[in-house]
Design a binder for this molecule. Structure first.
Ligand code: PGA
Length: 248
């Protein structure tokens, strides 16, 4: 039985001087949660999390990193740096990284491998834009994103990955995918993993839905059999996140 995972993605919001207060609110509100709780934040906020989230049930990690160990990569941070401040997870392949910063499937595959190598749990994001959905090409597109991301990764490693289905048309738009649409794609992602590896592996992988999740849409989404929780952007910046975590 997969345990639900509710993850926040703060994006480029929350100053380090604001993070302590938000972390206090969230950690107090989710103390008795049945689900796993995770906050993914700008790397400059990680130090605040190290201090604030010690001995709590809230895990944390970064929104991005680079796939080399160290060296002349001005502006980047490494997996070891995230781990050094207690981060356990990292987002890989978010559509904002793919579309605004030009990250391609080759780089995403390298990042996935490096994260796994360093024992950092990757949250791999995949998802189509509106044109792709209207052209009925969602499965082709997402199947390809999954195959390219997982190239050269073995099944024991894949079991550690969290996948997030995040349709681009639903991110930051207030247009949550219906639970039926989200479930259909999450099921397809699980079938794709089963065809690349085997069904035992696919049954272990946690698959989240992300895209305008809020307190009123969470329950329907998270009760679907192939949706193992959510990746929450805007609603993770306030107390609404607590309601999403405690959706039951
Ligand atoms: P949103 O962002 O909840 O604000 O749509 C989700 C995400 O991009 O991870």
């Amino acid at each position: 039985m997969r345990k639900k995972l509710i993850a926040g993605n703060w994006k480029m919001n929350i100053l380090p001087s604001e993070a302590g207060q938000l972390l206090d609110t969230i950690k107090n509100g989710v103390k008795n949660a049945d689900s796993d709780v995770l906050l993914l934040m700008p790397s400059i906020d990680l130090f605040v999390a190290l201090d604030s989230l010690r001995n709590t049930n809230v895990k944390y990690g970064a929104e991005n990193f680079y796939c080399e160990d160290s060296g002349a990569y001005t502006g980047e941070i490494s997996a070891d740096m995230i781990k050094d401040v207690g981060g356990e997870y990292v987002i890989v392949g978010h559509s904002e990284r793919r579309n605004i910063f030009g990250e391609d499937d080759v780089l995403i595959n390298k990042k996935l491998k490096k994260a796994l190598d360093k024992d950092l749990i990757p949250v791999l994001c995949v998802g189509e834009d509106l044109e792709c959905r209207e052209d009925n090409k969602v499965e082709d597109f997402i199947g390809k994103q999954i195959k390219l991301a997982f190239a050269g990764i073995n099944k024991d490693e894949v079991k550690k990955v969290v996948v997030a289905y995040e349709p681009i048309w639903a991110i930051g738009t207030g247009k949550t995918a219906t639970a039926e649409i989200a479930e259909a794609v999450c099921k397809f992602i699980r079938e794709t993993i089963a065809s690349l590896y085997d069904s035992e592996t696919a049954e272990v992988v946690r698959i989240l839905y992300g895209g305008s999740v809020n307190a009123s849409t969470a329950k329907d989404l998270f009760e679907k059999p192939n949706i193992d929780g959510g990746l929450v952007g805007k609603a993770s910046l306030s107390e609404e996140f607590i309601k999403i975590v405690c959706y039951k």
